[in-house]
Ligand binder design. Structure first.
Ligand code: SF4
Length: 286
């Protein structure tokens, strides 16, 4: 089996900045506990490393004492969370990815013009919860099938915003369904999937269309962009496509029949993990 590492890999810009902010905040904390609302990024190894450095992860501001320091994760938060932090006198370190912050601005701009917005994504994902919190009357859909049930009349102006880590296939199919029903649909590059997602999915598609028959996407089960890489590989025609977040998970996979394996990684997967996996696959292939 030939193993090829697909480009790009390693932390995306948003993840790198969030991890650096967390490390810097911890180093300046003078021993006081620093809290992080939600997983900073959706990668178990990164979270474990930050926990070992003393970062305390919480799912609600209720768990953060008044006056303490709290990090907001790369996925962003809703305005009511920011307001609550301010009211409680918390010292906020905001690690929201710039692409997510851009999506928040896009939704606010549409709302200010009286244009309702359809958010395409997973309603229970932290990023979508934060964006919807900007304008609670947003509608959320996860697939093209749900477009017919939207409450807006066909004559209505309508904005659309995509969760930054969706797959090409979902974007194409939902956009097609929305355009068919809403002739006045407003689209904008500020409402699209992010560059890191686009580039990695593009590399997977190109690899499979160029003759690669297997794709291994490295990242945690909770990583939306990693899971989408598997979907994109399958949609492009790969006969083998799987996700793995640990070396044990990689070793448990059955690569029988795979001739050319492309190894890709989610935007929050540490580079050293990818290197260890490639070493392990090389040994396995001997
Ligand atoms: S995957 Fe995209 S949205 Fe998420 S942190 Fe990276 S650049 Fe930002």
């Amino acid at each position: 089996m030939i193993v090829e590492v697909l480009q790009p890999h390693g932390f995306c810009m948003g993840v790198r900045a969030a991890v650096e902010k967390a490390s810097r905040t911890l180093s300046l904390s003078s021993g006081k506990t620093v809290y992080c609302l939600h997983e900073l990024v959706h990668n178990e190894q990164v979270v474990a490393e930050l926990k070992a450095q003393g970062l305390r992860f919480v799912e609600s501001l209720d768990e953060v004492p008044d006056g303490a320091t709290v990090l907001f994760s790369a996925h962003g938060v809703a305005p009511d969370v920011r307001a609550e932090a301010q009211r409680r006198g918390l010292a906020v370190v905001d690690a929201t990815c710039p692409f997510v912050a851009r999506a928040h601005r896009a939704v606010r701009n549409s709302a200010a013009r009286g244009v309702p917005v359809v958010v395409v994504g997973h309603a229970d994902h932290a990023e979508v919860r934060g964006v919807v919190g900007e304008v609670p009357e947003c509608s959320v859909v996860t697939s093209a099938d749900e477009v017919a049930a939207l409450p807006f009349p066909a004559s209505s102006p309508l904005g659309v915003l995509f969760q930054t880590t969706l797959s090409f296939g979902t974007v194409r199919s939902v956009l097609g369904a929305l355009k068919a029903r809403y002739p006045h649909l407003e689209t904008s590059s500020a409402a699209d999937i992010c560059t890191a997602t686009r580039d990695r999915q593009g590399a997977v598609e190109a690899f499979v269309r160029g003759g690669g028959d297997g794709v291994l996407a490295l990242g945690s089960a909770g990583s939306s962009n990693t899971n989408r890489l598997v979907e994109v590989a399958r949609a492009a025609g790969a006969s083998f496509a799987a996700r793995a977040g640990t070396l044990e998970e990689v070793c448990a996979l059955d690569f029988a029949g795979v001739r050319r394996l492309g190894v890709t990684a989610g935007a929050s997967t540490p580079e050293d993990f990818l290197e260890r996996v490639v070493d392990a696959l090389s040994l396995k292939g001997r």
